[in-house]
Design a protein. Structure first.
Length: 241
């Protein structure tokens, strides 16, 4: 049976690093991107695994529907990694509008719902599959302030992971989550530098998470060695609670 991995949010810093790590382990990589596909086009020339690029703006219903339609042509996806989110922005709840929640909900949660609906039937038929969702350590312990839209979306994703893992475990499909603390990527471009520095200082290891701290766990959960690991939310936070 061929091994094909779908990476959603592949043009992100973490997505590109994951592609490099997975090179040679799959028969094909199907890579979703929103914009900035130049880096993915460059990766296509530097790795040996065939890459298919599919563009979609998950905050737009028509674009999302078009993506799902195209995705249904790939009926033999065996592995999925879900990364999509939008740049983190700090804002007091009293200043938020529902539009902030709605956009993040579509990009993070609705995309996970629609993609899962599209790929799970083939996994059920094959009685094999792996899905890994990248959440956040905000799903463990006390939630941070000024991030109510982000925290809400991550808890919703965690609920989806738990529900799907329970429903599909009898089909030999493993569905898990990885929840890192603050990772220094372009995702933080709207966060004041002082806030990023304070996060690092408050961490027991006196630094923020790095991409190379997260990728190995994603790859581990995608591997055959974790077939009996299911419905877990693995916190990667340097000991931060």
């Amino acid at each position: 049976m061929s091994r094909k991995c779908l990476i959603l949010g592949a043009s992100s810093d973490m997505g590109r690093a994951l592609i490099m790590k997975l090179d040679g382990q799959y028969d094909a990589l199907i890579c979703h991107y929103h914009r900035h596909n130049e880096a993915l086009l460059d990766l296509q020339t530097r790795i040996k695994t065939p890459m298919t690029l599919i563009q979609a703006d998950f905050s737009d219903d028509l674009s999302s529907a078009s993506f799902i339609k195209e995705l249904t042509q790939h009926t033999d996806i065996t592995h999925v990694v879900h990364l999509p989110s939008i740049a983190l922005d700090l804002m007091a709840f009293k200043k938020m509008e529902w539009t902030s929640f709605d956009k993040l909900w579509k990009v993070s949660v609705k995309s996970a719902f629609e993609v899962s609906k599209a790929v799970l039937p083939a996994m059920v038929k094959a009685k094999k599959g792996k899905m890994v969702f990248v959440l956040s350590s905000v799903t463990s312990g006390q939630s941070p302030s000024f991030m109510s839209d982000y925290v809400t979306s991550k808890y919703a994703l965690l609920g989806l992971v738990k529900a799907l893992a329970s429903e599909y475990s009898s089909h030999q499909i493993s569905i898990n989550a990885v929840s890192p603390s603050l990772v220094e990527t372009q995702f933080l471009q709207k966060i004041p530098p002082i806030s990023i520095e304070m996060s690092a200082e408050s961490n027991p290891m006196k630094r923020n998470a790095r991409i190379e701290d997260i990728i190995p766990m994603i790859c581990f959960l995608l591997s055959d060695e974790t077939s009996f690991v299911n419905g877990q939310n693995i916190i990667i936070s340097g000991g931060e609670q």
